[in-house]
Design a protein around this ligand. Structure first.
Ligand code: NAD
Ligand code: WQD
Length: 345
């Protein structure tokens, strides 16, 4: 079974490649390295002791993408390729709509041309927008509050239309909550460009001494300690969820959305404490104003994924912090160091 992984060199993509290779799948990776480095895929080879073809291809390049389908008999696609920074999407909406929405249109059209009709798509809990109550269930009305979120919403709708037009398609829309952590080997993990936007990458950089202190965005939310509550999920659990979703789309036709979360919410202060305990490092912090667009509480109702995919998250917050720290400590500058060494030689 040969699976095309778009955006496979990225954070969630690399972890999913590991799970797929360990599960006996053949993979083909496509990535334009706009937010990743080829080194990440060498690390996947190192972890799994398996090789696979990689194409430095932009999914917007229809001709190059078509060649990938011509050269490989693809059975299904896991589609990670996309831009994901919320703030950047507000400043550069066209870039986001073009890359994420047009990229997906081109991918789906090439799939149609080659009669490949099974796809697992990286959606996001961001499609729930501002909700009144938790947990978030898949049937809630959807809304987006920024261009990034709207690209996910639009792609979900496009995929629904594609299924309506041809019931041979089989589509899983995976709505991730807050992926954190890293593979337990410490060889692959999240490697953000510049100043991290997300909580755990920022905390990790404070712990390793790259940044002075964390800014806690608001302590006046209606939560038990006033800081924002989120459903953090270990990236390896998330990757395992993709294998389960893939099994499902390979066996059936239809389109279904699944929340991938732990169904447990932790506050920013609880994450700081867990990270300190699991890294042995102090995380200095300062309370700042709320970040524009943030909600107080978000966590998943993950029962549908449990019932229909046979998937639940297994790892807890301590595992997530321990593994995030192992990755950060072993790779203080992400994948850069080895790249730079290679360039010097
Ligand atoms: P990432 O940036 O690490 O990985 C995305 C990969 O896609 C990168 O390697 C990038 O180079 C590649 N890419 C981007 N545009 C491309 C294009 N046009 N052609 C080919 N490759 C392209 O991000 P991630 O955290 O691994 O996220 C993967 C997917 O999951 C994204 O679609 C993202 O929106 C979604 N998602 C992420 C999170 C999160 O918190 N990390 C949460 C919900 C959803
Ligand atoms: C978590 C909590 C912050 C940074 C984002 C995207 C979402 C999805 C996942 C892709 C919040 C607080 C954060 C910091 C802080 N991505 N925080 N100081 O906002 O839940 O979700 O990533 O689909 O679309 O919006 O995650 O990690 O940014 O924030 O206090 O430096 O940490 O206010 O309460 P978020 P996050």
């Amino acid at each position: 079974m040969k699976i095309l992984i778009t955006g496979g060199a990225g954070y969630i993509g690399t972890h999913t490649c590991v799970e797929l290779l360990n599960g006996g799948y053949e993979i083909v990776v496509v990535d334009n390295y706009s937010n990743s480095k080829p080194e990440s895929l060498d690390r996947v080879r190192e972890i799994t002791n398996k090789d696979f073809p990689v194409y430095a291809v932009d999914i917007l390049d229809r001709k190059a993408l078509t060649s990938v389908f011509t050269e490989n008999e693809i059975d299904a696609v896991i589609h990670f390729a996309g831009l994901k920074a919320v703030g950047e999407s507000v400043s550069f909406p066209l870039r986001y709509y073009y890359n994420n929405v047009t990229g997906t249109l081109i991918l789906c059209d090439v799939m149609r041309e080659f009669a490949v009709s099974k796809i697992v798509f990286s959606s996001s809990a961001t499609v729930y927008g501002m909700q009144e109550c938790v947990p978030f269930h898949e049937d809630l009305p959807l809304q987006a509050t920024n261009p990034y979120g709207r690209t996910k919403l639009m792609i979900e709708e496009i995929l629904h239309d594609i299924y309506q037009s041809n019931h041979n398609w089989s589509i899983a829309l995976l709505r991730y909550f807050n992926p954190i952590g890293a593979h337990h080997s410490g060889l692959i993990g999240e490697d953000p460009n510049g100043i991290p936007n997300n909580l755990v990458p920022y905390i990790s950089q404070v712990a390793v001494g790259k940044r002075d202190k964390l800014h806690v965005f608001g302590n006046d939310y209606p939560t038990h300690d006033g800081t924002g509550v989120r459903d953090y999920i270990h990236v390896s659990d998330l990757a395992a969820g993709h294998v389960k979703a893939l099994e499902k789309v390979l066996q059936t036709e239809g389109i279904e959305a699944y929340n991938l979360g732990t169904s447990i919410g932790y506050s920013v202060m609880e994450v700081i404490q867990a990270f300190e305990e699991n890294s042995g490092r102090a995380i200095p912090y300062e309370i700042k104003n709320r970040r524009l667009g943030d909600i107080a509480v978000s966590f998943a109702d993950s029962q549908k994924a449990e019932k229909e995919l046979g998937w639940t998250a297994k790892k807890g917050l301590d595992d997530m912090c321990r593994d995030a720290w192992r990755w950060q400590e072993k790779n203080p500058n992400g994948y850069e160091e080895k790249e730079q060494l290679l360039n010097k030689n």
